[in-house]
Ligand binder design. Sequence first.
Ligand SMILES: *Cc1c(COP(=O)(O)O)cnc(C)c1O
Length: 418
Amino acid sequence: MAIFNWRFSRRNFLAGGSVFSALAGRAPRRLLVSPGGLTGTPAAPANIYERLGVRTRINAKGTYTNLTGSLLPPEAARAMEEAAQHYVVLDELQRVVGERIARMLGVEAACVASGAAGAMVIGTAACLTGKDPEKIKRIPDTTGMKNEVVIQKAHRYAFDHAVRNVGVRLVEVETEDDLERAINDKTAMLHFLNEAQNQGKIGLEKWAQAGKRHGIPTFNDAAADVPPVSHLSDYNKMGFDLVSFSGGKGLRGPQCAGLLLGRKDLIEAALMNNNPYEDTIGRPLKVGKEEIVGMFVALELYLKVDHEAEWKDWEARLDAIDKMVSSVPGVRTGRFVPEVANHVPHLYLQWDEKAMGLTKAECMRQLEDGEPSIVCLGGEDYQYGLAVTPFMMKPGEEEIVGRRLKEILSAAAKRQPA
Ligand SMILES: *Cc1c(COP(=O)(O)O)cnc(C)c1O
């Protein structure tokens, strides 16, 4: 099984290196090292970002929306291009693709949303309005509807704005007793943040069970929470009525796509609250035919990936970086795997900032300002200091990241008083 077909581009990438070295005297430096320009052919024109004057980055950080999430596999990109050349009825496409996705994942129903946040808007709306056309038109004015959503205090996050958009009031709870007391005849939904599953006092299963016990729909936002691949159906099987995933994070689908998975009646109601229907809360959350098709193909590809081999490949690429940076005196390294979101191998780097005369922040700045520009994990309160993951890198980029880190750290080590 393939680890996407990036395997092929890896070969091109490595072969391309020598071609470009041979051109070193003529080609502009930017083209030599920009990974976007390394297509393996010497005549490769500047890529769209170079033509626009927008810097591309090597993503050693993970799936972050401001860093444009993930890269679309060529098969999905081609499917989007093909989808763009024909007219269909959007509604029909959404239903057909939704049914295929549901079957593929073994969940009751599914639809393609504009992202995980978009899925949260139309999913919450579905819990308020059901299929009632009057209510669908009325929200975010929730007059005459259940309009409270219960959430654990530890699960409050920036994205709960997507839930609040629908016009509901968030009711915060901490304990199971709080939850029982908070539920009343105004409760429309119980919202859960998957990533915070070990932070709140009420766990996943208890949350889903409370919903079942009271006949109130439960929503789990698992936006960035593949791998593992099983998460795509785990939460629905556990009893959550609705689950959201980002299309453009670990699933490597289109940026402006996401999945809403769950109960058939709620998915149908969510679709009625969405584009293309005009007088709806979801009309600004348009998902076009290109995204719907791209999401479907990306998901198909993702399910075919040999995830075990992919994991080993990530480890091997971290080994390569580790070997390079560990050779610098004073640099210690270690590995970790975040528990839920970006659940992939990471390498962290530690050094004595004072002794080396180099802060983590300065190292990050040099990585980002260098050529090519590299973005990694770190920042003020980051517990690991500075970390990298090959999860969202292109094949071969680990060599560039390792070399550059070694360069920056070696320069600092040399400045150290003996
Ligand atoms: C990224 C993220 C979202 C938003 O996902 P989009 O697909 O960009 O809309 C929502 N919730 C969590 C926890 C996320 O990490």
